[in-house]
Design a protein around this ligand. Sequence first.
Ligand SMILES: Cc1cc2nc3c(=O)[nH]c(=O)nc-3n(C[C@H](O)[C@H](O)[C@H](O)COP(=O)(O)OP(=O)(O)OC[C@H]3O[C@@H](n4cnc5c(N)ncnc54)[C@H](O)[C@@H]3O)c2cc1C
Ligand SMILES: *[C@@H]1O[C@H](CO)[C@@H](O)[C@H](O)[C@H]1NC(C)=O
Ligand SMILES: *[C@@H]1O[C@H](CO)[C@@H](O)[C@H](O)[C@H]1NC(C)=O
Ligand SMILES: *[C@@H]1O[C@H](CO)[C@@H](O)[C@H](O)[C@H]1NC(C)=O
Ligand SMILES: *[C@@H]1O[C@H](CO)[C@@H](O)[C@H](O)[C@H]1NC(C)=O
Ligand SMILES: *[C@@H]1O[C@H](CO)[C@@H](O)[C@H](O)[C@H]1NC(C)=O
Ligand SMILES: *[C@@H]1O[C@H](CO)[C@@H](O)[C@H](O)[C@H]1NC(C)=O
Ligand SMILES: *[C@@H]1O[C@H](CO)[C@@H](O)[C@H](O)[C@H]1NC(C)=O
Ligand SMILES: *[C@@H]1O[C@H](CO)[C@@H](O)[C@H](O)[C@H]1NC(C)=O
Ligand SMILES: *[C@@H]1O[C@H](CO)[C@@H](O)[C@H](O)[C@H]1NC(C)=O
Length: 596
Amino acid sequence: MSPLNACGRAFFALALGLHRWASCTMVTNDTGIAAGKTFDYIIAGAGLSGLTVGNKLSGKGYSVLIIEAGPDASWNPEVFDAEGRMFGSKTCNWQYPAYGDDGKLLPWKIDSGACIGGSTSINGMVWYRPTKAELDKIETLGNPGWNWDNLEPYMVAAERNIPPDATQIAQGAGSSPDVHGHNGFINTSFPTPLRIPGAVDLYKEALPLVFPGLAVGGDLSNRTSVSSASTMYTIWYDTVTGKNRRSSAADGYLWAPNQQRAKLTVLATHVVDKVLFGQGITATGVSFLPANGSTPSSKTFKAYAAKGVILSAGSLASAPVLERSGVGKPSVLKSAGITRLVDLPGVGANVNDQPGTAAYALVSAAYQNDTSIIDNRSLFAPEISLINIDELWPLTAGSFILDIASQKGLRSRAQALVDAGAAVNIFGAGAVLNASIDLITTHRRKLALSIFHLHGGYKATYLILLAVPIVEFLAESGSSTLYAAFWPLVPLSRGHVHINSSNPLDHPIIVPRLLEDPFDAAVAVAAARASRAVFASAPFEDIVANAYYDPPIGPNGTDAEYLAWYRKSMFGASHWVGATTMMPRHLGGVVDHQLR
Ligand SMILES: Cc1cc2nc3c(=O)[nH]c(=O)nc-3n(C[C@H](O)[C@H](O)[C@H](O)COP(=O)(O)OP(=O)(O)OC[C@H]3O[C@@H](n4cnc5c(N)ncnc54)[C@H](O)[C@@H]3O)c2cc1C
Ligand SMILES: *[C@@H]1O[C@H](CO)[C@@H](O)[C@H](O)[C@H]1NC(C)=O
Ligand SMILES: *[C@@H]1O[C@H](CO)[C@@H](O)[C@H](O)[C@H]1NC(C)=O
Ligand SMILES: *[C@@H]1O[C@H](CO)[C@@H](O)[C@H](O)[C@H]1NC(C)=O
Ligand SMILES: *[C@@H]1O[C@H](CO)[C@@H](O)[C@H](O)[C@H]1NC(C)=O
Ligand SMILES: *[C@@H]1O[C@H](CO)[C@@H](O)[C@H](O)[C@H]1NC(C)=O
Ligand SMILES: *[C@@H]1O[C@H](CO)[C@@H](O)[C@H](O)[C@H]1NC(C)=O
Ligand SMILES: *[C@@H]1O[C@H](CO)[C@@H](O)[C@H](O)[C@H]1NC(C)=O
Ligand SMILES: *[C@@H]1O[C@H](CO)[C@@H](O)[C@H](O)[C@H]1NC(C)=O
Ligand SMILES: *[C@@H]1O[C@H](CO)[C@@H](O)[C@H](O)[C@H]1NC(C)=O
């Protein structure tokens, strides 16, 4: 087997001098590159986190081995072409099965990246910043230092923003240099050309009619102001091929010609089985096996880490590695036949994704060939709206807030998560829920009066402080339709992921428990209703033939009808977090604020 060399493409692409070969990153399928060898650090998973950390550590001179279960798929247009991928594609995708509380298989699969680059090789590429309030909240859960002020410099460092041109600006692309990085690793830009400008104009007009107070335009990453805007992506326009290209973590941190590392080795198509522990439960290395293997015990190899082992196999795969290693909830380890080293019941708990679905309006025949309305291009969601509680329920937000903010409600929600195996104890569940509820309820839209001294006189201006949004609303066009996809952004529901056997090639059992919490269900139904109202609004009058095309539930449909449809059609929005929660151990945390 001839190992791939990451400089190969750099050499051909940029015709760099031969001197570059001396320091190339090694990317290979060859088991022998790692078996029995020692590195400073070993990283499980070459996705977003693993490649970033591997790049930084090897850049500081440490020897690093990254073991990745999937292959190199960077040559595949479904990966590198930003518009080359179809929904539901199996390329570079684990398609994990998902289960209900009752153990029954759910009708949808979980998308998750399964090649070098991880999920950044297949994701929607949507790029915008979080709010300060959300990042600061992480710190309040017992994680000193994890706040906006400390993290914002890394957002700047990661990004190389390519500003829109005059045509894109004229078609609604808003860009503010202050909320972007300009010298980083990952390209961000608007697509060339922009998608469905005619429909986007209509969306920009209609959305504030349905969500009163929604500010439209500007830059989506400006989270102190704008809340509906044209979408920026982790892409760049390649003038040679005339195509938009994905800028994945692999492109930025592994293949980039100026990021080659003699001390970084990526072993592809190999699965990390366990972390090996020495005295005092110190990680000393990992065991691993070829991804095409079938009987693990006969084909397992070991590699050793002098300084540390880092698990970055994604939120659904890192917890299973810990469990196979003997770290986890005793009952899970016992039934999988694993010897227990550490009793850590938070492993695999607190799993969380956003429950998504979409509603379609039929476009009238006269507009079905109008490519400014329907373009059959696959860069998802050209206009994104971030809806807060006041915009979702202009008249009744207050009663929902009273409900979710009550101490009694918090206790029973927390107890429900413990009962479902989604949280370790009522204190931990309460802390996590309370943090989310605080974000939803106290960071509301406010008018704050500020007085500026101007030329000796005084001028009053109103400053709108944006709330943390609770719905992400993505505006699209389909075949003969316009449609909206949407999901609650701060769900209170939680699920769990655990191994069912000691075999590292078996899928874990993932129980998402989407939409179990009644507040999530209420948000979901309100978003679904609002999506119909958008297509029934005046701006769409000419071009929409049927605003209630799919699902065929009309304006008088009951909440129960909408909810039943939502549950039937829903899928995970692919934004999984949790399972190895960073939180103090007494609350059910798995790692501390130093990720140990
Ligand atoms: C379909 C989809 C759409 C998305 N859209 C967006 C979007 O538009 N914008 C956005 O910001 N985010 C989006 N995301 C989310 C984003 O891509 C992820 O949050 C991010 O990639 C997670 O990084 P990670 O390092 O935790 O995991 P990943 O990037 O998934 O990497 C984990 C890696 O570990 C490997 N692995 C798993 N198990 C093992 C094992 N036992 N041994 C060795 N390797 C293993 C996997 O193959 C994978 O390569 C999307 C995700 C998906 C799946
Ligand atoms: C590595 O393995 C993958 C998947 O089996 C294969 O497609 C690829 O060609 C291999 N690469 C090398 C250099 O052997
Ligand atoms: C499995 O992968 C290993 C290492 O990449 C390779 O040597 C072997 O030929 C593969 N076996 C099969 C059956 O594909
Ligand atoms: C965010 O948008 C508001 C309103 O348009 C503007 O006043 C402010 O300067 C913007 N902030 C940044 C950093 O661009
Ligand atoms: C970023 O874009 C430039 C062109 O502007 C391109 O040469 C480079 O390869 C891209 N890098 C990544 C990581 O996508
Ligand atoms: C749209 O295009 C199709 C296929 O080219 C054609 O049959 C149809 O008549 C066109 N419709 C309109 C309204 O132009
Ligand atoms: C849409 O694009 C896909 C993929 O490029 C193509 O197969 C399909 O025929 C196109 N559909 C229409 C209606 O143009
Ligand atoms: C809930 O969060 C608020 C705001 O951070 C905090 O003041 C309060 O103590 C928390 N309550 C519980 C029960 O954790
Ligand atoms: C879990 O393991 C048991 C025992 O081996 C098996 O019967 C069951 O089918 C497994 N469940 C799943 C969902 O794989
Ligand atoms: C919905 O209800 C209103 C008021 O009862 C009624 O006027 C209207 O016709 C109904 N619409 C549909 C589509 O059933």
